[in-house]
Design a protein around this ligand. Structure first.
Ligand SMILES: Cc1cc2nc3c(=O)[nH]c(=O)nc-3n(C[C@H](O)[C@H](O)[C@H](O)COP(=O)(O)OP(=O)(O)OC[C@H]3O[C@@H](n4cnc5c(N)ncnc54)[C@H](O)[C@@H]3O)c2cc1C
Length: 218
């Protein structure tokens, strides 16, 4: 188990109570951008585990999360004060970039693992090939890490960013994905009500399940 001590916290959105939390860990973290760690705790004598994606490229013992207050454990984390410690295990998960063209669809705090991917591409100044990112949010203030993605669009050939407020995702997909074009890998992340219909959208249009990288938060 790795001990993670909170070093700073920043409120990203008052409306959705979304926080960015930065921790220093008891050992360096080795993970692929897009992966998550399991936060392990106890409640009424029973072990409880919650997953949180890391929002930055691997950076020694530093760990940064983006989470909203949803229920029991996320409230505990958001209420943690600097110096407070939690226990984590990991890394886990297959929500990582593959070779070849991709289209990434994220909603709300589902953007967290994508922020790590963009951070890694920016640090390496790596050509993104063809990577379209569509981020839907309920308001402008929920477009977390917008500056990072705009920087990626400016600096990395092939990186395209569409922030979408109060807009349906499917019509945008129809614009980007032309019939007959090579099928990009579809990366979908967010709450199930957002992610599941989009996965079906791709399946209905002939995407094989191996071409869909899917991560649901609930
Ligand atoms: C692979 C993976 C990665 C994840 N990464 C993140 C992350 O980077 N940031 C993050 O905020 N959460 C993330 N989650 C969700 C997180 O693990 C918890 O489920 C979430 O914080 C709710 O736990 P809780 O104890 O606060 O709420 P619970 O008491 O367990 O109640 C959860 C309820 O809140 C609703 N809900 C509202 N918002 C969320 C949300 N964001 N996630 C889950 N449920 C929600 C659910 O529908 C459910 O009804 C991830 C989940 C998975 C499986």
């Amino acid at each position: 188990m790795i001990a993670a001590t909170l070093t700073s916290k920043r409120l990203l959105s008052e409306a959705s109570q979304t926080w960015e939390l930065s921790f220093t860990c008891s050992e360096p973290l080795t993970y692929q951008p897009g992966q998550f760690y399991s936060f392990v705790t106890e409640r009424d004598g029973k072990q409880e585990v919650r997953a949180y994606s890391l929002t930055q490229a691997p950076d020694g013992d530093r760990m940064v999360l983006c989470l909203n207050r949803a229920g029991w454990y996320s409230n505990l984390l958001c209420d943690l004060e600097p110096g407070g410690t939690v226990q984590v295990q990991g890394p886990y998960g297959g929500f990582v970039l593959r070779e070849g063209p991709g289209i990434i669809l994220a909603d709300g705090v589902g953007i967290a693992p994508v922020a790590a991917m963009a951070d890694a591409l920016l640090r390496a100044q790596r050509n993104a090939g063809s990577l379209h990112l569509l981020h839907t949010a309920s308001s402008e203030s929920e477009l977390f890490y917008r500056e990072r993605f705009e920087q990626a669009e400016r600096e990395l050939a092939g990186f395209h960013y569409q922030p979408l407020v109060g807009v349906e995702m499917a019509p945008r997909l129809e614009e980007i994905l032309q019939p007959g074009d090579e099928k990009p890998t579809a990366y979908i992340v967010g709450l199930n009500a957002f992610a599941a219909p989009l996965r079906q959208w791709f399946k209905d249009r002939g995407w094989d399940r191996r071409q869909i990288v899917f991560e649901r938060y609930d």
